[in-house]
Design a protein around this ligand. Structure first.
Ligand code: XIL
Length: 349
Protein backbone atom coordinates (compact mmCIF):
# COMPACT_ATOMS: atom_id res chain seq x y z
CA UNK A 1 0.00 0.00 0.00
CA UNK A 2 2.70 2.48 1.00
CA UNK A 3 4.84 1.75 -2.08
CA UNK A 4 1.82 2.04 -4.32
CA UNK A 5 1.04 5.39 -2.70
CA UNK A 6 4.53 6.85 -3.11
CA UNK A 7 4.71 5.76 -6.72
CA UNK A 8 1.40 7.37 -7.35
CA UNK A 9 2.47 10.52 -5.53
CA UNK A 10 5.48 10.86 -7.84
CA UNK A 11 3.42 10.39 -10.99
CA UNK A 12 0.67 12.61 -9.73
CA UNK A 13 2.83 15.61 -9.01
CA UNK A 14 4.98 15.03 -12.08
CA UNK A 15 2.01 15.41 -14.37
CA UNK A 16 -0.29 17.76 -12.60
CA UNK A 17 1.32 20.32 -10.33
CA UNK A 18 -0.03 23.82 -10.70
CA UNK A 19 0.78 27.10 -8.97
CA UNK A 20 -2.01 26.51 -6.44
CA UNK A 21 -1.93 24.33 -3.35
CA UNK A 22 -4.53 22.01 -4.78
CA UNK A 23 -3.34 20.67 -8.12
CA UNK A 24 -5.72 19.94 -10.93
CA UNK A 25 -6.00 16.21 -11.10
CA UNK A 26 -7.50 13.37 -13.04
CA UNK A 27 -9.59 10.58 -11.65
CA UNK A 28 -7.76 7.65 -13.18
CA UNK A 29 -6.80 6.33 -9.78
CA UNK A 30 -9.35 4.89 -7.35
CA UNK A 31 -9.83 6.96 -4.19
CA UNK A 32 -10.41 3.75 -2.23
CA UNK A 33 -7.09 2.27 -3.33
CA UNK A 34 -5.30 5.15 -1.57
CA UNK A 35 -7.04 4.77 1.77
CA UNK A 36 -6.55 2.34 4.62
CA UNK A 37 -10.25 2.67 5.50
CA UNK A 38 -13.44 2.39 3.39
CA UNK A 39 -14.40 5.27 1.10
CA UNK A 40 -18.16 5.44 0.74
CA UNK A 41 -20.76 7.24 -1.32
CA UNK A 42 -24.53 7.66 -0.97
CA UNK A 43 -26.24 6.26 -4.02
CA UNK A 44 -29.59 5.89 -5.71
CA UNK A 45 -30.28 2.54 -7.43
CA UNK A 46 -32.28 4.43 -10.06
CA UNK A 47 -29.25 6.52 -11.07
CA UNK A 48 -27.02 3.44 -10.99
CA UNK A 49 -29.39 1.78 -13.41
CA UNK A 50 -29.95 4.66 -15.82
CA UNK A 51 -26.81 6.82 -15.71
CA UNK A 52 -23.59 5.22 -16.93
CA UNK A 53 -21.28 8.13 -15.94
CA UNK A 54 -22.65 7.96 -12.40
CA UNK A 55 -22.35 4.19 -12.26
CA UNK A 56 -18.78 4.22 -13.56
CA UNK A 57 -17.66 6.63 -10.83
CA UNK A 58 -19.34 4.58 -8.10
CA UNK A 59 -17.77 1.37 -9.39
CA UNK A 60 -14.30 2.80 -9.91
CA UNK A 61 -13.80 5.20 -7.02
CA UNK A 62 -15.62 3.87 -3.95
CA UNK A 63 -15.67 0.63 -1.97
CA UNK A 64 -18.63 1.29 0.32
CA UNK A 65 -22.20 2.33 -0.48
CA UNK A 66 -24.81 4.00 1.69
CA UNK A 67 -28.33 3.82 0.26
CA UNK A 68 -29.36 7.50 0.05
CA UNK A 69 -33.07 6.77 0.46
CA UNK A 70 -34.07 3.20 -0.29
CA UNK A 71 -33.36 1.72 3.17
CA UNK A 72 -35.45 4.34 4.98
CA UNK A 73 -38.67 3.23 6.72
CA UNK A 74 -41.02 4.68 4.07
CA UNK A 75 -39.19 2.68 1.41
CA UNK A 76 -38.92 -0.61 3.31
CA UNK A 77 -42.24 -0.77 5.15
CA UNK A 78 -44.64 1.40 3.12
CA UNK A 79 -47.67 -0.33 4.68
CA UNK A 80 -47.87 -1.82 8.16
CA UNK A 81 -46.33 -5.30 8.21
CA UNK A 82 -46.01 -5.18 4.43
CA UNK A 83 -42.31 -4.88 3.69
CA UNK A 84 -40.96 -3.99 0.28
CA UNK A 85 -37.40 -5.17 -0.28
CA UNK A 86 -37.19 -5.41 -4.05
CA UNK A 87 -35.37 -2.13 -4.78
CA UNK A 88 -33.14 -2.39 -1.72
CA UNK A 89 -32.24 -5.95 -2.73
CA UNK A 90 -31.27 -4.76 -6.20
CA UNK A 91 -28.81 -2.36 -4.59
CA UNK A 92 -27.40 -5.15 -2.44
CA UNK A 93 -26.98 -7.26 -5.59
CA UNK A 94 -25.13 -4.38 -7.28
CA UNK A 95 -22.88 -4.01 -4.23
CA UNK A 96 -22.12 -7.73 -4.13
CA UNK A 97 -21.44 -7.91 -7.85
CA UNK A 98 -18.98 -5.01 -7.60
CA UNK A 99 -17.31 -5.84 -4.30
CA UNK A 100 -18.74 -2.90 -2.31
CA UNK A 101 -19.73 -2.97 1.35
CA UNK A 102 -23.16 -1.59 2.28
CA UNK A 103 -23.74 0.69 5.26
CA UNK A 104 -27.45 0.54 6.18
CA UNK A 105 -29.15 3.92 6.62
CA UNK A 106 -31.38 4.27 8.60
CA UNK A 107 -33.54 2.15 10.92
CA UNK A 108 -35.16 4.96 12.95
CA UNK A 109 -35.57 8.65 12.07
CA UNK A 110 -38.21 11.37 12.24
CA UNK A 111 -38.24 11.95 8.47
CA UNK A 112 -39.13 9.65 5.58
CA UNK A 113 -41.47 7.55 7.68
CA UNK A 114 -44.50 5.95 6.03
CA UNK A 115 -47.70 7.76 6.99
CA UNK A 116 -49.12 4.73 8.82
CA UNK A 117 -46.05 4.84 11.13
CA UNK A 118 -46.42 8.58 11.73
CA UNK A 119 -50.10 8.06 12.55
CA UNK A 120 -49.68 4.83 14.53
CA UNK A 121 -51.82 4.76 17.62
CA UNK A 122 -51.16 2.41 20.49
CA UNK A 123 -49.91 2.27 24.05
CA UNK A 124 -46.20 2.26 24.89
CA UNK A 125 -45.91 -1.53 24.59
CA UNK A 126 -47.57 -1.46 21.20
CA UNK A 127 -45.17 1.26 20.01
CA UNK A 128 -42.21 -0.79 21.21
CA UNK A 129 -43.57 -3.83 19.44
CA UNK A 130 -44.07 -1.85 16.21
CA UNK A 131 -40.50 -0.51 16.46
CA UNK A 132 -39.23 -4.03 17.15
CA UNK A 133 -40.97 -5.45 14.08
CA UNK A 134 -39.44 -2.80 11.85
CA UNK A 135 -35.90 -3.06 13.18
CA UNK A 136 -35.76 -6.85 13.44
CA UNK A 137 -37.42 -7.56 10.09
CA UNK A 138 -35.13 -5.16 8.24
CA UNK A 139 -31.87 -6.14 9.93
CA UNK A 140 -32.63 -9.87 9.69
CA UNK A 141 -33.65 -9.58 6.03
CA UNK A 142 -30.21 -8.32 4.99
CA UNK A 143 -28.24 -10.45 7.46
CA UNK A 144 -24.51 -10.21 6.93
CA UNK A 145 -24.89 -8.58 3.53
CA UNK A 146 -25.25 -5.37 5.54
CA UNK A 147 -22.59 -5.38 8.21
CA UNK A 148 -23.21 -1.92 9.68
CA UNK A 149 -26.26 0.22 10.42
CA UNK A 150 -27.28 3.70 11.39
CA UNK A 151 -29.69 2.51 14.06
CA UNK A 152 -30.98 5.94 15.06
CA UNK A 153 -30.64 9.14 13.05
CA UNK A 154 -30.89 12.71 14.39
CA UNK A 155 -32.39 12.05 17.85
CA UNK A 156 -30.99 15.21 19.46
CA UNK A 157 -31.68 18.92 18.99
CA UNK A 158 -28.82 21.39 18.51
CA UNK A 159 -29.18 22.53 22.15
CA UNK A 160 -28.73 18.98 23.45
CA UNK A 161 -32.39 18.20 24.17
CA UNK A 162 -33.92 14.98 22.93
CA UNK A 163 -35.77 15.58 19.67
CA UNK A 164 -39.47 15.07 20.32
CA UNK A 165 -39.91 12.60 17.44
CA UNK A 166 -42.65 9.93 17.41
CA UNK A 167 -40.35 7.43 19.14
CA UNK A 168 -39.51 9.77 21.99
CA UNK A 169 -43.10 10.93 22.41
CA UNK A 170 -44.54 7.43 22.57
CA UNK A 171 -41.77 5.38 24.18
CA UNK A 172 -39.58 7.93 25.97
CA UNK A 173 -35.78 8.19 25.88
CA UNK A 174 -35.47 4.44 26.40
CA UNK A 175 -36.28 3.97 22.70
CA UNK A 176 -32.63 4.68 21.93
CA UNK A 177 -31.33 1.88 24.13
CA UNK A 178 -34.05 -0.52 22.93
CA UNK A 179 -33.34 0.24 19.26
CA UNK A 180 -29.68 -0.70 19.59
CA UNK A 181 -30.49 -3.85 21.57
CA UNK A 182 -33.07 -4.96 19.00
CA UNK A 183 -30.73 -4.35 16.06
CA UNK A 184 -28.02 -6.31 17.87
CA UNK A 185 -30.38 -9.23 18.53
CA UNK A 186 -31.27 -9.34 14.84
CA UNK A 187 -27.60 -9.32 13.76
CA UNK A 188 -25.05 -9.72 16.55
CA UNK A 189 -22.19 -9.15 14.07
CA UNK A 190 -23.35 -5.76 12.81
CA UNK A 191 -21.53 -2.55 13.75
CA UNK A 192 -24.15 -0.16 15.13
CA UNK A 193 -24.07 3.64 14.80
CA UNK A 194 -25.79 6.70 16.10
CA UNK A 195 -25.77 9.32 13.31
CA UNK A 196 -26.45 13.09 13.41
CA UNK A 197 -25.70 16.50 11.87
CA UNK A 198 -24.14 19.53 13.58
CA UNK A 199 -22.18 17.33 15.99
CA UNK A 200 -19.10 19.42 15.27
CA UNK A 201 -20.87 22.76 14.84
CA UNK A 202 -22.86 22.57 18.09
CA UNK A 203 -20.72 21.53 21.07
CA UNK A 204 -23.80 21.20 23.34
CA UNK A 205 -25.29 18.69 20.94
CA UNK A 206 -22.03 16.74 20.82
CA UNK A 207 -21.83 16.69 24.60
CA UNK A 208 -25.43 15.49 25.02
CA UNK A 209 -24.96 12.74 22.44
CA UNK A 210 -21.72 11.56 24.00
CA UNK A 211 -23.10 11.63 27.54
CA UNK A 212 -26.06 9.56 26.47
CA UNK A 213 -24.18 6.95 24.46
CA UNK A 214 -21.30 6.75 26.92
CA UNK A 215 -23.86 5.87 29.58
CA UNK A 216 -25.48 3.24 27.35
CA UNK A 217 -22.09 1.76 26.41
CA UNK A 218 -21.18 1.48 30.11
CA UNK A 219 -24.44 -0.39 30.69
CA UNK A 220 -23.41 -2.87 28.01
CA UNK A 221 -25.72 -1.62 25.26
CA UNK A 222 -24.19 -2.44 21.84
CA UNK A 223 -23.46 1.06 20.50
CA UNK A 224 -20.25 0.89 18.49
CA UNK A 225 -19.86 4.17 16.67
CA UNK A 226 -20.92 7.73 16.06
CA UNK A 227 -21.59 9.11 12.59
CA UNK A 228 -20.86 12.78 12.03
CA UNK A 229 -22.86 13.67 8.94
CA UNK A 230 -20.71 16.73 8.08
CA UNK A 231 -23.07 18.64 5.84
CA UNK A 232 -20.75 21.62 6.17
CA UNK A 233 -19.75 24.86 4.47
CA UNK A 234 -16.48 26.07 3.00
CA UNK A 235 -15.73 28.03 6.15
CA UNK A 236 -17.88 26.65 8.96
CA UNK A 237 -17.64 24.93 11.36
CA UNK A 238 -14.04 25.79 12.12
CA UNK A 239 -11.21 23.27 11.94
CA UNK A 240 -10.96 23.52 15.69
CA UNK A 241 -14.58 22.63 16.26
CA UNK A 242 -14.39 19.59 13.99
CA UNK A 243 -11.21 18.40 15.68
CA UNK A 244 -12.67 18.86 19.16
CA UNK A 245 -15.79 16.86 18.35
CA UNK A 246 -13.77 14.07 16.76
CA UNK A 247 -11.37 13.94 19.71
CA UNK A 248 -14.22 13.75 22.22
CA UNK A 249 -15.81 10.85 20.33
CA UNK A 250 -12.49 9.06 19.93
CA UNK A 251 -11.72 9.46 23.65
CA UNK A 252 -14.92 7.61 24.52
CA UNK A 253 -13.75 4.67 22.42
CA UNK A 254 -16.36 4.90 19.64
CA UNK A 255 -15.68 4.24 15.98
CA UNK A 256 -16.00 7.37 13.87
CA UNK A 257 -17.86 7.61 10.57
CA UNK A 258 -17.74 10.81 8.52
CA UNK A 259 -21.06 9.65 7.19
CA UNK A 260 -22.64 12.22 4.85
CA UNK A 261 -19.96 14.63 3.67
CA UNK A 262 -20.90 17.51 1.43
CA UNK A 263 -19.39 21.00 1.38
CA UNK A 264 -21.72 23.86 0.53
CA UNK A 265 -20.54 27.28 -0.61
CA UNK A 266 -23.73 29.28 -0.49
CA UNK A 267 -24.27 30.56 3.04
CA UNK A 268 -26.80 33.22 2.13
CA UNK A 269 -29.25 31.15 0.07
CA UNK A 270 -30.76 31.92 -3.32
CA UNK A 271 -28.37 32.16 -6.25
CA UNK A 272 -24.60 32.34 -6.04
CA UNK A 273 -21.56 33.06 -8.18
CA UNK A 274 -19.41 29.97 -8.66
CA UNK A 275 -15.78 31.18 -8.64
CA UNK A 276 -12.44 29.39 -8.87
CA UNK A 277 -11.64 30.74 -5.45
CA UNK A 278 -14.69 29.06 -3.92
CA UNK A 279 -13.90 25.78 -5.66
CA UNK A 280 -10.34 26.03 -4.44
CA UNK A 281 -11.50 26.62 -0.85
CA UNK A 282 -13.79 23.63 -1.14
CA UNK A 283 -10.83 21.50 -2.18
CA UNK A 284 -8.77 22.70 0.78
CA UNK A 285 -11.69 21.97 3.09
CA UNK A 286 -11.99 18.42 1.75
CA UNK A 287 -8.29 17.88 2.30
CA UNK A 288 -8.64 19.17 5.84
CA UNK A 289 -11.48 16.72 6.59
CA UNK A 290 -9.34 13.92 5.19
CA UNK A 291 -6.39 14.97 7.37
CA UNK A 292 -8.57 15.11 10.48
CA UNK A 293 -10.03 11.70 9.73
CA UNK A 294 -6.61 10.14 9.23
CA UNK A 295 -5.48 11.41 12.63
CA UNK A 296 -8.06 9.12 14.26
CA UNK A 297 -6.50 5.92 15.64
CA UNK A 298 -6.77 3.31 12.89
CA UNK A 299 -8.97 0.92 14.84
CA UNK A 300 -11.57 3.68 15.24
CA UNK A 301 -11.63 4.77 11.58
CA UNK A 302 -14.90 3.41 10.21
CA UNK A 303 -14.69 5.39 6.98
CA UNK A 304 -15.45 8.56 5.05
CA UNK A 305 -18.66 8.73 3.01
CA UNK A 306 -19.61 11.42 0.49
CA UNK A 307 -23.33 12.25 0.27
CA UNK A 308 -23.80 11.79 -3.46
CA UNK A 309 -21.76 11.59 -6.65
CA UNK A 310 -22.02 14.84 -8.62
CA UNK A 311 -23.37 18.34 -7.99
CA UNK A 312 -26.26 17.31 -10.20
CA UNK A 313 -27.28 14.60 -7.72
CA UNK A 314 -26.86 16.52 -4.47
CA UNK A 315 -29.87 16.85 -2.16
CA UNK A 316 -28.77 20.36 -1.08
CA UNK A 317 -30.18 22.61 -3.88
CA UNK A 318 -33.67 21.10 -3.87
CA UNK A 319 -33.91 20.51 -0.11
CA UNK A 320 -32.72 23.97 0.94
CA UNK A 321 -33.86 25.84 -2.18
CA UNK A 322 -30.45 27.36 -2.95
CA UNK A 323 -27.94 27.12 -5.74
CA UNK A 324 -24.94 25.07 -4.60
CA UNK A 325 -22.15 22.75 -5.70
CA UNK A 326 -21.33 20.55 -2.70
CA UNK A 327 -19.84 17.35 -4.14
CA UNK A 328 -16.66 15.86 -5.66
CA UNK A 329 -17.81 15.87 -9.30
CA UNK A 330 -19.35 18.65 -11.40
CA UNK A 331 -22.52 18.43 -13.42
CA UNK A 332 -20.64 16.74 -16.26
CA UNK A 333 -19.24 14.12 -13.89
CA UNK A 334 -15.77 15.65 -14.12
CA UNK A 335 -13.68 15.74 -10.92
CA UNK A 336 -13.59 19.11 -9.12
CA UNK A 337 -10.89 20.60 -6.88
CA UNK A 338 -12.86 18.98 -4.05
CA UNK A 339 -12.00 15.59 -5.55
CA UNK A 340 -8.37 16.69 -5.84
CA UNK A 341 -8.34 17.79 -2.20
CA UNK A 342 -9.63 14.38 -1.15
CA UNK A 343 -7.09 12.61 -3.32
CA UNK A 344 -4.27 14.81 -2.06
CA UNK A 345 -5.25 14.23 1.57
CA UNK A 346 -5.28 10.46 1.04
CA UNK A 347 -2.06 10.47 -0.97
CA UNK A 348 0.06 12.45 1.46
CA UNK A 349 -0.09 9.70 4.08
C1 XIL B 1 -31.60 13.09 2.13
C2 XIL B 1 -31.56 12.48 0.73
O1 XIL B 1 -30.27 12.65 0.18
C3 XIL B 1 -32.60 13.16 -0.14
O2 XIL B 1 -32.66 12.53 -1.42
C4 XIL B 1 -33.97 13.10 0.53
O3 XIL B 1 -34.90 13.84 -0.23
C5 XIL B 1 -33.90 13.68 1.92
O4 XIL B 1 -32.89 12.99 2.67
N1 XIL B 1 -29.50 13.62 6.74
C6 XIL B 1 -29.67 12.27 6.51
C7 XIL B 1 -29.98 11.79 5.13
O5 XIL B 1 -29.46 11.45 7.41
O6 XIL B 1 -30.78 10.65 5.13
C8 XIL B 1 -30.59 12.86 4.30
O7 XIL B 1 -30.71 12.38 2.96
C9 XIL B 1 -29.78 14.14 4.36
C10 XIL B 1 -29.71 14.64 5.78
Amino acid sequence: MKIQKSLFLLLFFAVSCTKNDIPTCVDDVALFSLADFPIGVAVSPFELESNSAYRQIVVEQFNRITPGNVFKPDALQPLENDFSFEIADSLVAFANANGKQIHGHTLLWHNQLPSWMNNFSGNRDEWISMMETHIKTVVAHFGNQVKSWDVVNEAFEDNGDFRANIWYQNIGEEYLKLAFELAHEANPDAILFYNDFNIAAKPKKCEAILNHFKKLKNEGVPVHGIGLQLHIFNATPSENKIENAVKAIVNEGFQVHFSEIDISMNLSGGNMQLTDNKLQKQGERMKLLTDIFQNIPENQQFGMTIWGVSDLDSWIPSFFGREDYPLLYDENYEPKPMYCGFLEGLTER
